[in-house]
Design a protein around this ligand. Sequence first.
Ligand code: GP9
Ligand code: MN
Length: 702
Amino acid sequence: MKKLYTPSFLNTRLGLFSLIALLIWVKNIFAYTVDFNLRIENANEYFILLINPIATTFFLLAIALYVRRTKASYITMMVLFTIMSLLLFSNVIYYREFTDFITVNTMLGAGKVASGLGESAVRLFRPYDVVYFLDVLVLAGLLLTKKIKMDERPVRARVAISVSLLSVVFFLFNLFMAETARPQLLTRQFSRDYIVKFLGINAFTVYDGVTTYQTNQISAEASSNDLIEVEDYVKDHYAAPNDDTFGIAKGKNVIYIHLESFQQFLIDYKLKDENGVEHEVTPFLNSVYHGNSTFSFDNFFHQVGQGKTSDAETLFENSLFGSAQGSLFTQLGGKNTFEAAPNILDQEAGYTSAVFHGNTGNFWNRNETYKKLGYDYFFDSNYYDVNEDNSFQYGLHDKPFFNQSVQYLEHLQQPFYSKFIAVSNHYPYSYFTNDEAGFPIANTSDETINGYFATANYLDKAVEEFFNYLKSSGLYENSVIVLYGDHYGVSTSRNKNLAELLGSSKALWNDFDDSSLQRVPYMIHIPGQTKGGINHTYGGQVDALPTLLHLLGVDTKNYIQLGQDLFSKENEQLVAFRNGNYVSPKYTLLGSNIYDTASGQLIEEPTEEVKNEADELKRKVSLQLQISDRITTGDLLRFHTASDLKVIKPEDFNYKNQLEQMETIEKDKGNDSTSVYSKNGNKTTSDQYHTETYQNYLKSGK
Ligand code: GP9
Ligand code: MN
């Protein structure tokens, strides 16, 4: 037999160390390209992806270099090699099922995950999976059979330290590159995909472990006594429903339409093109806004922090604020107990619930959080036909999104509580270059602002098409459709560039103008109602849940909610921003400056009386935010048994094969099935959906 030849460098500790590091790198890159779908946007991201396994691999593997005793050192090296390979491979398997990475919480609840994977875990294996562990076995074999000889000479301490230090330096370089490509990557915690894409699996796992530990620490110290103060606050702050509006939408389906990055100023806005011709940006939404079936609000503010969209969701679903830093969905969404809309409506009135969104499920940790909120179904990008042409970095474009959602929507049992998260009108508001192009582009020095109107117009058309479908399918009459903007689209730092388009100027623009622009639409459209109109009450997203529940005839007294029904006569009209500033009909507080809200003037020398009034409002706002933070960081709702809400078990929810799940329910219910599909004689309503591109729309001359 031919003698197996092993290159001599493998007989040194550093030689084997280098080979293992190389193998780990190769396997990571293999997983990135073959198994994970990380949506690489450009050459820079590609570069970061290529380098990201290096620092952590060297850092961890270097531990073996400090071990002087021969055998122990080799064993350490092989154990680390095995652990890193296993971590990668388990993520690969998990990803194939869940399109997500393994969190520390998932590991701790491994039994539950296994049950989520089902008996079918084996079907997740692929023949080529041998690449993930063959190298470990071969090296172990070569060492055991002494084909690779163990080097008796310890690695010099200086060398070991240098490797560790270099890997730290390299990690900092990696982090710097990542932060440049995706600012606030770690603080805002957008998605697990991003952290893996920019820092790699090892770093992701460590980071996730540290943050999980931190959040667990805080909630471990909390006790049911902490709830007393919260309950007192909620009781004092409760605003009783208004008899005129309580229950006017009772029993109706709820269809939330999340208007991405949509600010109030877009409503009724007309953009001038280069010839001075005015173009209404959102004609359809304007018609909804002004219609007498719509209760519209023109002093409604977003209250999000760094968690942006996810914070808006937290506010709307729970009437609680997002976290002071980062995203509550990401930090606590998979772990905390909530008293969220889907659970409340299920319990109080037998609602089915579903979210539709054309982005990957783990963005903002939605796939875990929605279960804890009690959402029966979550249709993420896995349920849509998403390709290069119909999507961008945040997922599927709005027209195909609404269109493709219908095939699932029609199978939901009514009444349902649903949410459609649109996304095309998202920074950087890139211009369409296909058949959707054509709406004028603004002409400012800021590219972001320039495209904002065209993407908003696209969203407007997408929503219109969806409304048309709702009408033709018969859903419309049985539903209340709530449209809201989640947060600003133009960030404060860019507002000066927007000033002229809003009839102001760079020179005149001030902080008060910035705060005024935090208005977002809030429109409650109730077909059949004629008493709608534009309501000037000051309110924020935290107020949406009690407002909606009261319209549906559900009293909110027993729940922990921090907002107030906007129709209530007791509403105090005080809007907290997440940073502690506020707006009220009388005063607006920005930092230490008090403005007169009506005139927008800074009150240069406030009298004692003004100061006291403004301070009192500040105290209330701080208290509301503090109470919210206490509830969320301490996970206090787990102690709130008075609400009698069902305790949610995430393992009861399965966001796989949801069409089959809904069809089974339809079959089981037979004639009692209330889905649109069943009502339509077991025929799809998808053919009632009509969509057209902007170019075709122009041609049709409508
Ligand atoms: C992504 C989308 C955008 O899925 O909801 O979130 P945002 O960046 O606006 O917070
Ligand atoms: Mn958003």
